[in-house]
Design a protein around this ligand. Structure first.
Ligand code: FMN
Length: 211
């Protein structure tokens, strides 16, 4: 019994220590000058479902998140449009080393969970092998003056624009990606610590193509 109690406390303490270790990560400033010309990127855009385990370098992740939904104007507007400028879609960045929330204002990653949740972001086998699974989550507290079907359509459209930015960035960088409706919408909200007024819209897996 004593041994069990010790193990129990060890798990608790280790768990807390692990959670505390996850700190906000400042991303390097995005390189907004590079990349392939737009028409070439559009020509190369496609869905891929085979990923190598090679990690995405910090500069590439920085560029990717900025392209996805970073701030591209001094007044705080973003690289993707959003209905009534709600800017309601948050990007959860799920990696082997923990799960983070992309904060566009500081261009940094805020800790969400210390463990590897990649497998839990989808139902397809590749989600756990790829280095990066993005989850697009709508924050309904930012959604005003739209209800019912309109609201659902707008949320889907807003996440879709972000996903397309990621598609085009990946095409430009030679990365593989696929946007996914197949997300475990029952378990994942708990693991991402979402409130009731946060709704998962889509997932998107990113990585280097399998050679
Ligand atoms: C809203 C949406 C949901 C999707 N969900 C999935 C998915 O769950 N799993 C998957 O492998 N592909 C998914 N896809 C990718 C489509 O299957 C893919 O875009 C389509 O087959 C066309 O291929 P392409 O993107 O290479 O042109 C989804 C695409 C969209 C737009």
């Amino acid at each position: 019994m004593k041994r069990m109690t010790l193990i129990f406390f060890a798990i608790i303490i280790f768990g807390i220590a692990e959670a505390q270790e996850l700190k906000p990560i400042s991303l390097p400033p995005p390189d907004t000058a590079g990349g392939k010309p737009l028409m070439q990127s559009i020509k190369l855009r496609k869905s891929s479902r085979e990923f190598s385990q090679e990690k995405v370098a910090p500069q590439v992740l920085s560029n990717l998140l900025w392209a996805a939904f970073g701030i591209n104007r001094p007044d705080g507007h973003r690289t993707a449009p959003s209905a009534m400028n709600w800017q309601e879609v948050d990007i959860y960045v799920v990696t082997e080393n923990g799960t983070f929330l992309y904060d566009a204002k500081t261009h940094s990653l805020l800790p969400v969970a210390p463990n590897d949740l990649r497998e839990k972001t989808g139902t397809q086998a590749f989600v756990k092998d790829a280095p990066l699974d993005l989850v697009y989550v709508a924050d309904l507290s930012k959604v005003k003056r739209a209800t019912g079907e309109d609201q659902i359509l707008y949320l889907g459209a807003d996440a879709g624009f972000i996903a397309q930015n990621v598609y085009l960035f990946c095409a430009s960088e030679g990365l593989a990606t696929v946007v996914r409706g197949s997300v475990d919408k029952k378990e994942l909200p708990k693991l991402l610590k979402l409130r009731d007024d946060q709704k998962i819209i889509l997932g998107q897996t990113v990585g280097h193509p399998k050679k």
